[in-house]
Ligand binder design. Sequence first.
Ligand code: ADP
Length: 171
Amino acid sequence: MREKVEIFQGDITKLTVDAIVNAANSSLLGGGGVDGAIHRAAGPELLAECRTIGGCPTGEARITAGYRLPARHVIHTVGPVWQGGNHGEPAFLRSCYRNCYRLARESGLATIAFPAISTGVYGYPMRLACRIALEEAKSALESNPELARIVFVAFSPEAAGIYRETMEEVF
Ligand code: ADP
């Protein structure tokens, strides 16, 4: 199962997978960080489709086409803002990953790439977020045999190191 999980250091918009996940904000109308990079690479058609969705609450996810991206789809999910950890943040983050895997399954997608949701502007500590990401990957792989490949995109060498260490603990 572990062989289906890959850690990639770089830019998620370059990946050729069935879906890349966007760490969006609840308006789904674009923002900074990975969200800005995805909208720039996908082109204005992505924003036009997002406008028709009408937003997304924290912990939920919505799927669109990928437009000019090499990825066929974008799954937009809204992570929690870190407020110290006692405001339901872990449950919301877990729910983001679960809803992304659910949408992937419902859409018949086999390969998916995730950024480290909530760990940028939203301030979620990387190590804690990474553990949730990998635990949910394990449970998604256990429950969905169609899931062939999960890529975790680390934007820095430090983040890649944390993913690798956490892999040893979780898998
Ligand atoms: P959030 O608001 O959910 O915290 P951010 O976009 O600020 O979202 O950050 C989420 C993570 O995505 C951070 O770890 C950040 O370093 C990373 N990131 C930013 N740009 C990219 C990119 N082009 N590809 C992959 N990861 C990215």
